[in-house]
Write a protein that binds this ligand. Structure first.
Ligand code: GA4
Length: 329
């Protein structure tokens, strides 16, 4: 489809045919058409020429690398404390028994000042540097997200092209930032390679949009509408964009949130991914945008607040289709 012509390696070595790679330097009309089509067909696309400075990404990567290299005894000092999911986690995902072959750190994106400064002191030797790296990274990916959402609204011919972006620009937006670290295979030359295992199990993201950046270690897979798993390869300079459950609702099901998972034990090197989950404020009402309900079609989802949706997500298992609980009968 929109395979970038700039990287023959990508097409040759890795990329499954059809996965959209969208060049953000294209003109707005072409771009909006590509983005709408990608959201409709896959709920997923990759972006190149996105304008996020490489230094911002590498500074962030160095900061988290420093954190994950610390001894476990240091990392658990910022362990997530249920019911708050924020902080460091190892293997456990959510609160209902899901596990994966990873360790991670989950932070609030919009109110870093409210994240305990203890977290930052332990997270980095030089806490100010860590905070600065996170702030700059989040600022850059948030701008990218808002730009994409504006073009998306334009492509959908919505009268208010800020209808999506406004939700994440809200001062109380509940967006969050996560870094996942999937350790590589420990190479024991006389041992057979261990089988691939689940790094992060199948799920859709509850929010509006997710912006992912990872190193070049494979593992990410997305599911097509027909349930076929497609491996996604990434260049460290690209970003991947995922449609989340809230965008599915806002578009009255025209876009479907994409189910995805990460396989672990794919390489001797470890996989590191960073995700910005763009979310509305907790008290924001979510319902299909009236212009997305064409005459003669049904409203597919009920109205709910983001807080209600989030609570439902944390009361269910990772793989559950939580959006089904919010469908009209
Ligand atoms: C998936 C997307 C984000 O990583 C996340 C995850 C959250 C968590 O790990 O704490 C959830 C998961 C995610 C969806 C269902 C619930 C909540 C684990 C879980 C079992 C931070 C999010 O917002 O939802």
């Amino acid at each position: 489809m929109f395979l970038s012509s700039t990287s023959p390696l990508r097409t040759k070595k890795t990329q499954a045919i059809g996965i959209p790679v969208i060049d953000l330097s294209l003109d707005t009309v072409t771009l909006s058409h590509h983005i709408v089509t990608a959201c409709q067909d896959y709920g997923f696309f990759k972006v190149v020429n996105h304008g996020v400075p490489i230094q911002v990404v590498s500074k962030m990567e160095e900061a988290v690398h420093g954190f994950f290299s610390k001894p476990a005894s240091e990392k658990v000092k910022v362990k997530a404390n249920p019911p708050s999911p924020f902080g460091y986690g190892c293997r456990n995902i959510g609160f209902n028994g899901d596990v994966g072959e990873l360790e991670y750190i989950l932070l609030q994106a919009n109110s870093l000042t409210s994240t305990s400064s203890d977290t930052f002191n332990v997270v980095a030797e030089q806490p100010t540097n860590f905070r600065c790296a996170v702030d700059d990274y989040i600022q850059a990916v948030k701008e990218l997200t808002c730009g994409l959402l504006k073009i998306l609204a334009f492509g959908l011919s919505l009268s208010d092209t800020d209808v999506f972006g406004r939700l994440i620009q809200d001062v109380d937006s509940d967006s969050c930032f996560r870094v996942n670290h999937y350790p590589g295979i420990k190479s024991e030359s006389n041992q057979p390679k261990p089988a691939h295992r689940i790094g992060f199990g199948e799920h859709s993201d509850p929010q509006i949009f997710t912006i992912l950046r990872s190193n070049d270690v494979p593992g990410l897979q997305i599911s097509t509408a027909h349930g076929l798993w497609i491996p996604i390869t990434t260049e460290p300079t690209d970003f991947c964009v995922f449609v989340g459950d809230v965008l599915e609702v806002l578009t009255n099901g025209r876009f479907k949130s994409v189910r995805h998972r990460v396989m672990a034990n794919m390489s001797n090197r470890s996989r590191m991914s960073m995700m910005y989950f763009a979310a509305p404020s907790l008290n924001q009402w979510i319902s299909p945008i009236p212009e997305m309900i064409s005459p003669g079609t049904l409203t597919l989802y009920k109205s709910f607040t983001w807080n209600e949706y989030k609570k439902a997500a944390y009361s269910l298992r990772l793989a559950d289709k939580r959006i089904d609980h919010f469908k009209c009968q």
